[in-house]
Ligand binder design. Structure first.
Ligand SMILES: Cc1cc2nc3c(=O)[nH]c(=O)nc-3n(C[C@H](O)[C@H](O)[C@H](O)COP(=O)(O)OP(=O)(O)OC[C@H]3O[C@@H](n4cnc5c(N)ncnc54)[C@H](O)[C@@H]3O)c2cc1C
Length: 582
C-alpha cells in the first residue's frame, strides 16, 4: 500500500460501498490502472467488522466510524444525534446492519422521469442482480418466503447474500403479528422484485460459508486485490481536487487528480489521466466538491474558497429515513443483544456458536421488514397527504421492523425490544455544509427531521400501527409491558412527543449530489458526470435524486455497478469525458 506510482487512469476517492465496486469493475481490464484513496483504516483492524451479530459495536463510537453528530434538531426536542458512517475499507458496508433491500420499481421509474434515461426499473434491475450471489434459506429457515427470480444471476456477483444463521425470535413474533392484526394485515412475499408492499425476512450481506459480513471489501476488493493494476491506500484523506489551468479559450475546469494527506499527514498528489471518481459518500463527496470550489456561493465565500463552478445544489436535498417507535419489555426467552452485552459467559457461548455457523451472532439485529401504504381515508385528513396518495400504488409509505434489543430513554432493568416505523418518503429535507475550507474538519449534518407537518402526521399514524401489532393477541405471550412511552400516552400530542424523544436515523442519508437536470437542482447528469467540469463523476449514495423506498445499501451497489459500466462505455467510445450541459 505505498504509493509507487502517482499517475493512474482513474483515481477513486473513498474505498467504501460504491468506491470498491467501481475500482474492482474498472480493473477487470488489465490495461486500466486505478488508485483508491480511503481516509479510514483497513477492515482487518477490527475483528467485530466480520461478525454479523456485533454490528452495533462497529457503528457509533468505534475506531472504524467517522462519528458524525447532527446539528440540533428543532423538531426532535433540539436533540443532537449521533450519525455513524464507516471510516474503513468497505465504508458503511463494513459497519451497517446488512439488510439487502431494493425498494419499489416505481421509485426508479420516477428517477428516469426526472430526465435520467436508463435509470428506470427495467434499466437498473440487471445491475441489482449483477453484484450478488444469492444463497436460499437453509432447511431450518422454513419461515422465509422468497422468489428466486428476483436474484438469479447467471454469472454470480462477488457480494454474498443469505439469510444468515439466525433469525431473531422477536422478528418471527412481529411478522406473525403483522399478518394477523387487522390494521396492517401484511402477508409475506418477495420484497426485492420491485413490489415490496407486504413483508419478508430480509436477505443479509452475510457470507453463509463462515457466517461473516460480506462488505464491498470482503467481496469486490477481495476479488481484485491481487491485480497489479489496482492500488489501494488507506489512511489517505483526499483534501482537494486538482485542476488544469483554465484559459479564455478553454474556460471549463478540467480535473487532473487529487491531493491527499497520507498516513503521516504529508500532502501527496495523485494524477488521473482519465477521470476522478468521487465515492466518498453522502457527506464526503459534496464536501470535497465544495472545498475544491464547486458548490453554493454562500458556503464557499463564507470559507474563502475561490468559486470554480457555482452550483447551489451541492450538499442540498438530503433525504433520509427516520426511525421511531415504542419500547416493550419482553420475556427472557426472546433473545436480545442486551442479554449478551450484560453477560460475558453468554457472549462467549454465542461466539462459540458463531464459529459453528450458528446462533445469535450469525444474524443481524433486525431480521425482517414490512412495507405498507397509509390508507387513502387517512391521507385525506393529513395536510400534504395528497402527495403521498399520488405516489404509484406500489410505492410504500411506511416500513415496519423490530430491533432485538434496546431500551427506554431512561434506562431501566429488563429485557427490551424496539419495534419501529420508518418514513419512506419524507418531505423534510436537509443539507450538509462546511465548517472550514478543509476536509480535516467534518461537515455540518442538518437532516431537519420532522420539519414537515405531513411527516409528523404520517409518523403518528405509523406509531399507532406498531403499537397495535405489539399489543395484539399474537404478541401477548411474550410482551410484558410497554416500557416507553407507556399506555397513558394516547393522544396524538403525547405520541408526537414520544416520537420526538426517541426518533433517530437508520443512516440512509442520500441526495446531496443529486442526479437531476442542472435546472432542477442537479449536481450530476445521467452518466454521473459533475455539471460544469470535465473528467469528474460522483458514484455513491449522494446521487440518488429521490430516496428509494428501501434501505440504501443495495441501491448504492446498483449505482456503482451501473456507474462502472457508464465509465467503461466512455472508454469504448474512445471519447474524453465531457459534461452534457454546464
Ligand atoms: C450504522 C449503519 C447501518 C446501516 N444499515 C443499513 C442496512 O441494514 N441496510 C442498508 O441497505 N443500508 C444500511 N445503511 C446505509 C448504507 O450502508 C449506506 O447507504 C451505503 O453503504 C452508502 O454507501 P456509499 O458508498 O455512498 O458511502 P460509504 O460506504 O460510507 O463510503 C464512503 C467512503 O469514503 C470514505 N471517505 C469519505 N471522505 C473521504 C475523503 N475526503 N478522502 C478519502 N476517503 C473518504 C469513507 O471513509 C468511506 O469509506 C446503514 C448505514 C450505517 C452507517
Amino acid at each position: 500500500t505505498n504509493a509507487a506510482s502517482s499517475s493512474f487512469d482513474y483515481v477513486v476517492v473513498g474505498g467504501g460501498t460504491a468506491g470498491l465496486v467501481v475500482a474492482s469493475r474498472l480493473t477487470e481490464d488489465p490495461s486500466i490502472s486505478v488508485l483508491v484513496l480511503e481516509a479510514g483504516h483497513s477492515d482487518s483492524i477490527d475483528f467485530n467488522v466480520t461478525v454479523p451479530g456485533l454490528d452495533l459495536t462497529v457503528t457509533g463510537g468505534s475506531i472504524v466510524d467517522w462519528n458524525y453528530t447532527t446539528a440540533p434538531q428543532q423538531f426532535l426536542l433540539n436533540r443532537t444525534i449521533a450519525y455513524p458512517r464507516g471510516f474503513v475499507l468497505g465504508g458503511s458496508s463494513s459497519t451497517n446492519f446488512m439488510a439487502y433491500t431494493r425498494g419499489a420499481a416505481a421509485g426508479y421509474d420516477a428517477w428516469a422521469k426526472l430526465g435520467n434515461p436508463g435509470w428506470d426499473w427495467k434499466g437498473v434491475f440487471p445491475y441489482f442482480k449483477k453484484s450478488t450471489h444469492f444463497t436460499p434459506p437453509f432447511k431450518n429457515q422454513s419461515e422465509v418466503v422468497f422468489d428466486i427470480t428476483a436474484y438469479e444471476n447467471p454469472t454470480g456477483g462477488p457480494l454474498e447474500l443469505s439469510y444468515g444463521g439466525y433469525i431473531e425470535p422477536i422478528s418471527i413474533y412481529f411478522s406473525q403479528g403483522l399478518a394477523n392484526t387487522s390494521g396492517p394485515n401484511l402477508q409475506e412475499g418477495e420484497i426485492n422484485d420491485g413490489f415490496p408492499i407486504g413483508q419478508a425476512y430480509l436477505p443479509l450481506t452475510v457470507d453463509p460459508t463462515h457466517m461473516t459480513r460480506s462488505s464491498s471489501s470482503a467481496s469486490f476488493l477481495a476479488v481484485a486485490a491481487q491485480r497489479k493494476n489496482l492500488q489501494v491506500i488507506t489512511s489517505a484523506l483526499a483534501t482537494r481536487l486538482l485542476f488544469a489551468p483554465t484559459t479564455p479559450a478553454n474556460p471549463t475546469p478540467v480535473v487532473t487528480g487529487v491531493e491527499y494527506s497520507d498516513v503521516n499527514g504529508k500532502l501527496q498528489q495523485a494524477t488521473a489521466t482519465r477521470e476522478v471518481v468521487l465515492s466518498a459518500g453522502t457527506f464526503g463527496s459534496p464536501q470535497l466538491l465544495m472545498v475544491s470550489g464547486i458548490g453554493p456561493k454562500k458556503d464557499l465565500t463564507a470559507q474563502n474558497i475561490p468559486i470554480r463552478v457555482q452550483n447551489e445544489a451541492v450538499g442540498q436535498n438530503m433525504w433520509d429515513h427516520l426511525f421511531f417507535g415504542p419500547i416493550y419489555e419482553v420475556t427472557d426467552n426472546i433473545t436480545t443483544f442486551n442479554q449478551f452485552n450484560a453477560n460475558q459467559t453468554l457472549f462467549l457461548k454465542y461466539l462459540m456458536q458463531w464459529r459453528n455457523n450458528q446462533g445469535e451472532l450469525s444474524g443481524a439485529i433486525s431480521s425482517m421488514s414490512a412495507y405498507e401504504r397509509i390508507p387513502s381515508d387517512v391521507l385525506a385528513n393529513i395536510p400534504g397527504g395528497d402527495q403521498l396518495e399520488a405516489l404509484d400504488p406500489t410505492w410504500p409509505h411506511i416500513q415496519l421492523e423490530v430491533i432485538a434489543g434496546g431500551g427506554p430513554p431512561t434506562p431501566q432493568p429488563g429485557n427490551f425490544v424496539a419495534p419501529a416505523a420508518v418514513l419512506l418518503y419524507p418531505f423534510s429535507k436537509g443539507f450538509v455544509s462546511l465548517t472550514s475550507n478543509s476536509t480535516k474538519d467534518k461537515v455540518i449534518v442538518q437532516p431537519n427531521w420532522l420539519s414537515s407537518e405531513t411527516d409528523r402526521q404520517a409518523a403518528i399514524w405509523a406509531f399507532k400501527q406498531v403499537r397495535e401489532v405489539m399489543l395484539s393477541e399474537t404478541l401477548a405471550p411474550i410482551v410484558i409491558r410497554e416500557a416507553f412511552p407507556g399506555l397513558q400516552a394516547q393522544s396524538d400530542a403525547d405520541i408526537l412527543t414520544a416520537i420526538q424523544t426517541v426518533a433517530h436515523p437508520i443512516y440512509q442519508a442520500s441526495g446531496t449530489c443529486a442526479m437531476r437536470q442542472l435546472s432542477d437542482e442537479g449536481v450530476v447528469d445521467p452518466t454521473l458526470k459533475v455539471y460544469g467540469v470535465k473528467n469528474l463523476r460522483v458514484v455513491d449514495a449522494s446521487i440518488m435524486p429521490i430516496i428509494p423506498s428501501a434501505n440504501t445499501m443495495a441501491p448504492t451497489y446498483m449505482i456503482a455497478e451501473k456507474g462502472a459500466d457508464l465509465i467503461k462505455a466512455d472508454q469504448q467510445n474512445n471519447s474524453t469525458s465531457t459534461t452534457t450541459s454546464s
